[in-house]
Design a protein around this ligand. Structure first.
Ligand SMILES: Cc1cc2nc3c(=O)[nH]c(=O)nc-3n(C[C@H](O)[C@H](O)[C@H](O)COP(=O)(O)OP(=O)(O)OC[C@H]3O[C@@H](n4cnc5c(N)ncnc54)[C@H](O)[C@@H]3O)c2cc1C
Length: 280
């Protein structure tokens, strides 16, 4: 009888807890872009390799912990991008994700955040997940909008700025959220979308065995035809148009070196000038 109960409980957890982590491949934080004619040289990041969006490392770490600590059956990394985004997915596999899926189709290109959210929501539904984790933002687009827009498209509760997972059951989750005023504890029924912050955990490094396994992995690709996408996406459907991007004009200014016989003399002259310029 006891064995039957345990088996039933385990089956319940395995069925109910599948975690998806949405990640993005971004330029390195040291990438060196130029802007010409209103366009960014995305294809020429100054010789710096693209990376897994640094904020997403916290989401991946937590996704793996859902499997290690809360009985999740799978931690699936998903990205919408081109073929090269497989590199970021392989980093996720090397860290410990059980699966990775690339969403790729020429029709997806040029999607704004809402189009991206529609595609991601369809993929999360197809993956049959109950928890979708995201990073705080992507360091290139940096809107932070994709998290809540995906939650809206799914009709799931968005839990943003999550700094601690406190309790997980097969029906609900309790988390701690960071706010400007402090912290708050929130409980929501599953399914949920979780936006993470760096206070949540310390992301692990990919293990040697993980890297070898990831390098051998074949990553499945889902196209538009594989997904039941609710709403429009792609360049033509984008309400936001990155039509003109420009660099900030160089700052203009003059430098005046103050000289004097002693530090006290120079300090006095500096104070006089600051008064003159009404800085103090
Ligand atoms: C070359 C290029 C051209 C673009 N052109 C346009 C344009 O014309 N109009 C326009 O509105 N936008 C354009 N974008 C921006 C694009 O819409 C956004 O990059 C994208 O929708 C995500 O927004 P974000 O980068 O602000 O991510 P955020 O909302 O800051 O990211 C939040 C979270 O969502 C995840 N996430 C974001 N994107 C993805 C993804 N693709 N797959 C999985 N998870 C993801 C992040 O990893 C992060 O965890 C362009 C981007 C690029 C690189």
């Amino acid at each position: 009888m006891l064995i039957a109960k345990i088996t039933q409980y385990e089956i319940l957890e395995v069925i109910l807890m599948k975690v998806v982590v949405c990640i993005k491949q971004t330029p390195s934080t040291t990438a060196d872009f130029s802007v010409a004619g209103g366009k960014v040289s995305w294809d020429d990041p100054g010789g710096k390799p693209n990376v897994l969006n640094p904020w997403d490392e916290y989401a991946i770490e937590e996704g793996i912990r859902f499997k290690e600590n809360h009985g999740a059956s799978d931690t699936v990394a998903i990205t919408l991008g081109d073929e090269s985004s497989q590199d970021a997915l392989k980093t996720c596999l090397a860290m410990g994700c059980t699966e990775a899926i690339l969403l790729s189709d020429p029709a997806f290109a040029g999607s704004d955040t809402l189009g991206t959210a529609r595609i991601l929501a369809a993929a999360i539904k197809k993956a049959d997940a109950q928890i979708a984790l995201f990073g705080k933002s992507a360091i290139d687009g940096d809107t932070g909008q994709t998290v809540v827009q995906t939650a809206r498209k799914l009709g799931w509760t968005p839990l943003t700025f999550v700094s601690e997972i406190k309790e997980v059951s097969d029906a609900s989750i309790t988390v701690e959220r960071l706010s400007d005023e402090g912290k708050e504890t929130v409980t929501a029924p599953l399914p949920v979308v979780i936006g993470t912050v760096k206070e949540l955990n310390e992301p692990r490094y990919p293990s040697f065995m993980g890297i070898r396994k990831a390098n051998r992995a074949t990553i499945p690709a889902w196209s538009a035809a594989d997904l039941d996408i609710d709403g429009a996406y792609g360049a033509a459907a984008s309400k936001v148009d990155w039509s003109h991007v420009y660099t900030m004009p160089a700052r203009e200014g003059e430098v005046e070196m103050i000289t004097g016989d002693s530090a006290a003399d120079m300090a006095e002259e500096l104070v006089d000038k600051l008064f003159e310029e009404k800085v103090i």
